[in-house]
Design a binder for this molecule. Structure first.
Ligand SMILES: Cc1cc2nc3c(=O)[nH]c(=O)nc-3n(C[C@H](O)[C@H](O)[C@H](O)COP(=O)(O)OP(=O)(O)OC[C@H]3O[C@@H](n4cnc5c(N)ncnc54)[C@H](O)[C@@H]3O)c2cc1C
Length: 208
């Protein structure tokens, strides 16, 4: 468990904030992995998992939080300010990208965080990267524009079936990040176009 300093909080989309955190001594993780955040909100201890949205944890690392007004921990996190500290444990999770090979990342909602982190790590290493966002108006549009300028492809889709060609063409790893039903659909579509089980890495953010 570490007390981690918040370096910056930025609104990066509708009800979505990115928190840049100072990486604690001895902590290292890859995009796709997640941390446990623990906080006392209105006198009650709350915990939640948040996935890294930075390409690495060198010096600082980032999480991207999507919140609903009736939520507890997520809106509290979005209200933090630079200089405050939060309690973080981890990293957790086997789904991670270490910079090897091309990637296609399927994402919904806050899943866009690990999607940009992984795509940035891939393009930086000279690999092909594609981000497929299911929904409208994805958060992190500035980083998505920069990824496109660096040669990555970005697709905003209303149905994951629109990603079939991108999935069928890749010789790399397919990642999926989002809530439970999205991850289930992503698996179905990827398997339907012949993505092998060992090339598909999915992390569910739980039911909602
Ligand atoms: C492995 C893992 C990784 C995760 N990574 C991330 C991440 O990177 N970013 C992130 O934002 N979340 C992530 N989550 C989800 C996160 O841990 C919380 O569940 C989420 O932030 C809601 O917390 P809350 O306490 O504010 O809301 P709660 O008090 O738990 O929820 C209140 C109500 O609002 C609904 N709700 C909450 N959030 C949403 C939402 N975004 N959209 C629609 N309905 C919602 C809940 O279903 C519930 O009905 C992850 C979860 C897991 C298991």
């Amino acid at each position: 468990m570490s007390q981690v300093t918040v370096e910056a909080v930025e609104t990066v989309g509708t009800r979505t904030a990115a928190l840049e955190l100072r990486t604690p001594e001895g902590f290292a993780a890859d995009p796709g992995q997640f941390v446990l955040v623990r906080a006392t909100v209105d006198g009650v201890e709350e915990t939640g998992y948040y996935t890294l949205s930075s390409p690495d944890t060198d010096g600082t690392m980032e999480i991207t939080v999507e919140y609903v007004p009736e939520g507890t921990l997520a809106p509290w996190l979005a209200e933090r300010s630079a200089g405050e500290t939060i309690e973080v444990e981890g990293p957790f999770g086997d789904v991670r990208y270490t910079g090897e090979g091309s990637v296609v990342v399927l994402a919904e909602g806050p899943g866009i965080g690990p999607a940009v982190g992984i795509a940035e790590r891939a393009t930086r290493a000279g690999h092909d990267a594609a981000v497929v966002f299911w929904g409208e108006d994805p958060p992190h549009h500035g980083r998505l524009d920069a990824l496109e300028a660096d040669g990555a492809s970005v697709h905003v889709v209303g149905s994951l079936t629109e990603a079939a060609d991108t999935l069928a063409e890749t010789d790399g790893t397919v990642y999926a990040f989002g809530f439970e039903s999205f991850v289930r659909d992503a698996r179905t579509v990827a398997e339907g176009v012949g993505v092998a089980d060992e090339d598909l890495r999915a992390e569910s953010f739980g039911a909602r």
